[in-house]
Every structure is written in structure tokens, then in C-alpha cells.
Design a protein around this ligand. Structure first.
Ligand SMILES: NC(=O)c1ccc[n+]([C@@H]2O[C@H](COP(=O)([O-])OP(=O)(O)OC[C@H]3O[C@@H](n4cnc5c(N)ncnc54)[C@H](O)[C@@H]3O)[C@@H](O)[C@H]2O)c1
Length: 335
């Protein structure tokens, strides 16, 4: 394989325009070969504003047509489309022999997640989920610090995500259960819950959740308690009907405490005496999702956010919704 990966992007909306395109433009190992959006104007605007109106970038309105034609020997595809489309799109791309980077949540159903994992193994292809946390140097650092006992035995985690999600999402696919597969917790809360799955490094055993729709067809607020294997307890407050954006994660062990952001960012550490230490020196590589995807296809790096994280998230969400409906603690199905 050459030292550049040709990628296609399906879904040229906000996340691609504001995040993936700038990330890709800062990665010399990626060449965008095709853009696809059912709204052709969105693909054209993206090509014009973010990719210098490069006429070599083919534009498609139908992702199946893109997969069938495979222009420019494309190796992989980024799907940044509404959630419940991800399953069919990922499976079709894998069937065509394409590696996949899919936006979070990978899918909204654990049976679908298992099928994607199985298909990727069968075809020897990569599927990564674009949750930012595992790509960040900070979360890699914290995960390793916890794994080598830096906090002593891990006891508990706390976290919150407060976001102005309800108003801007009004009337969009995000608040339509058929398109989104869930509400604020499946969409933005996903970052916090995935970060815990990644950092705590052991499966969730059970969950006890309360959710509130506040008149929407999907949940907008949630209070979620999780019991991880090994007795680590976690509690999250997720509010999609607030203002602006604020979030954070705390991890408490018997010999220390850490605070950071759900995507990474500053790490604050307290030692076994409760004293705050200087911020740690981070040596792990920081990646953006498309950069790590390209590097892993080129054999330059290990994949940071494999499809397994997408499955863990689905299993947790299924138990969470069951718990909220039944009002009791519900066991999380294991991998
Ligand atoms: N990682 C993050 O921090 C983050 C942040 C925002 C969104 N996202 C994720 O990115 C994905 C897209 O979200 P968004 O905010 O960009 O939404 P958006 O509504 O702004 O964009 C979605 C785009 O997909 C296009 N589209 C819909 N169906 C399509 C199809 N069948 N084929 C081709 N194009 C199609 C739409 O026309 C639109 O342009 C979602 O999975 C979302 O959860 C992730």
C-alpha cells in the first residue's frame, strides 16, 4: 500500500464540515477521493470550502452507487450519517471490501454490532468508531495509568454532560427515534459512557437508570448508575436541555483521583494524600479519528477505537433503556 490512503466520505453535514474535513486536511496520509450526500449541495459546499474545489474529488448522491463504482481505488470510507443508517452502510462497505470509520454510535442495536464485528473479521477489514476519547493522548495515558495501578484499586467514577441539544435538534433526525435510535444519551452521552468503557477497562455488569423525554419522542435527560465488573461504581448525569456545553469525568481510586474531559484535555491528578500533583507529562500519541484510521491502514499504528467499543456501548444502552422502563437495576449482557 502507498503511504497515502484514498478515502470516501458519506455524509457531508456538520460533523464532517466542522471536524473531519479539517482533521483530514491536517493529515498528509489521507487523500479524499469521493464525497457522498443525498443533499448534493452539501457535498459540493464541502468540496468547495474544505477541499479547494478539487475536481478530482468525485461527488455521489447515492452511497450504494459510490460503493459499486469505487473510484480511485478507495481503501476506506467514513460514514457520518444519521445513526440508524450506520448498520446497513457499514455492512455493505465491508461486503465490498472497504475498511470503515463510522461516526458514533457505531449502531444502535447490539445484534447489528455483533454482525459488523463478525463481518469485519471474516473479511479481514478494519472497523473503527469515531468516538474521540480513545484517540486522545490523554485518555490513552489515563487508561494505562489506571491499568498499572496508578490510582490503586479503582473505586468509583463520576461524570456529567450538559448541552444545549434539545433546541438545535428540534425537528431534525436527532430527535426522531427511527433515525437516531435513541436520544441525548445515545448521541452525546455516548461520549461519556464510551470513555468509561475505555478507561475503566472492564465491562459494565449492571445499570440502574432514570430518563426523561420532556415531551420529545426520545430521552433528553438521564441519571445513570453503572456497576462495573470488579465493583467499580459510576454515576452520570446527562442533560440535553441546558445551555452551551460543559462536561467532565472524575475517576477515584483508593490511592488517587483524576479529573479530565470526556474527549480528553487537561488531566488533573491527586495523590494518596489528597494533594494535587503537577499535571502529568503525556507521551502517548494524540490522534484524530481519521488520522489513526489512515495510520492503522498503513500499518503505522494500532487502531484506537475498534468496533468492540461500539458493541459495548450498545449493550450498555440496551440495559439502560430496559432499566429506565422497569425502574430497577438491569444486568448488562456480556460480549
Ligand atoms: N464525534 C462527535 O463529537 C460528533 C459530533 C457530532 C456528530 N457526530 C456524529 O456524526 C454523524 C453525523 O452527524 P452530523 O452532526 O454531521 O449530522 P448532520 O445532520 O449535520 O449531517 C448528516 C448528513 O448526512 C447526510 N445524509 C443523510 N442520509 C444520507 C445517506 N443515506 N447518504 C448520504 N448522506 C446522507 C445528510 O444530508 C447530512 O448532510 C452522527 O453519527 C453523529 O452522531 C459526532
Amino acid at each position: 500500500m502507498s503511504q497515502q490512503v484514498n478515502l470516501a466520505i458519506v455524509g457531508c453535514g456538520s460533523m464532517t464540515y466542522n471536524a473531519h474535513a479539517p482533521w483530514i486536511n491536517s493529515t498528509s496520509e489521507i487523500r479524499v477521493a469521493a464525497l457522498c450526500d443525498t443533499d448534493r449541495a452539501a457535498a459540493e459546499k464541502l468540496r468547495r470550502d474544505r477541499f479547494k474545489d478539487d475536481a478530482q474529488i468525485a461527488i455521489f448522491e447515492d452511497w450504494r452507487d459510490l460503493l459499486k463504482r469505487r473510484p480511485a481505488g478507495i481503501a476506506g470510507v467514513l460514514f457520518a450519517t444519521p445513526h440508524t443508517q450506520h448498520y446497513e452502510q457499514c455492512m455493505a462497505a465491508l461486503d465490498q471490501g472497504w475498511h470503515v470509520l463510522v461516526e458514533k454510535p457505531m449502531v444502535t442495536n447490539s445484534a447489528h454490532a455483533r454482525q459488523i464485528i463478525h463481518k469485519a473479521q471474516e473479511k479481514v477489514l478494519q472497523v473503527q468508531v469515531a468516538f474521540q476519547a480513545p484517540f486522545s493522548a490523554e485518555h490513552v495515558h489515563i487508561r494505562e495509568f489506571i491499568a498499572r495501578g496508578g490510582l490503586g484499586e479503582l473505586q468509583a467514577a463520576g461524570g456529567f454532560v450538559f448541552q444545549d441539544w434539545r433546541r438545535p435538534g428540534h425537528g431534525t433526525w436527532r430527535q426522531d427515534p427511527a433515525a437516531a435510535g435513541g436520544g441525548f444519551i445515545y448521541d452525546s452521552g455516548a461520549h461519556l459512557l464510551n470513555a468509561w468503557n475505555y478507561l475503566i477497562g472492564r465491562p459494565a455488569a449492571s445499570v440502574h437508570a432514570m430518563i426523561s423525554n420532556k415531551g420529545l419522542a426520545v430521552e433528553v435527560n438521564g441519571a445513570v448508575n453503572i456497576r462495573y465488573q470488579g465493583g467499580v461504581l459510576a454515576s452520570a448525569v446527562l442533560c440535553g436541555n441546558s445551555v452551551g456545553w460543559q462536561e467532565g469525568i472524575w475517576l477515584a481510586g483508593e490511592r488517587g483521583r483524576i479529573h479530565t474531559g470526556i474527549h480528553g484535555g487537561r488531566i488533573e491528578v491527586w495523590d494518596q494524600h489528597g494533594r494535587q500533583l503537577p499535571d502529568p507529562q503525556i507521551t502517548a500519541t494524540h490522534y484524530t479519528p481519521p488520522q489513526n484510521f489512515a495510520h492503522s491502514l498503513l500499518g503505522l499504528a494500532a487502531p484506537r477505537a475498534p468496533a468492540r467499543l461500539g458493541l459495548l456501548h450498545c449493550l450498555l444502552m440496551e440495559a439502560l433503556y430496559k432499566s429506565a422502563a422497569n425502574g430497577c437495576e438491569v444486568a448488562v449482557e456480556q460480549e
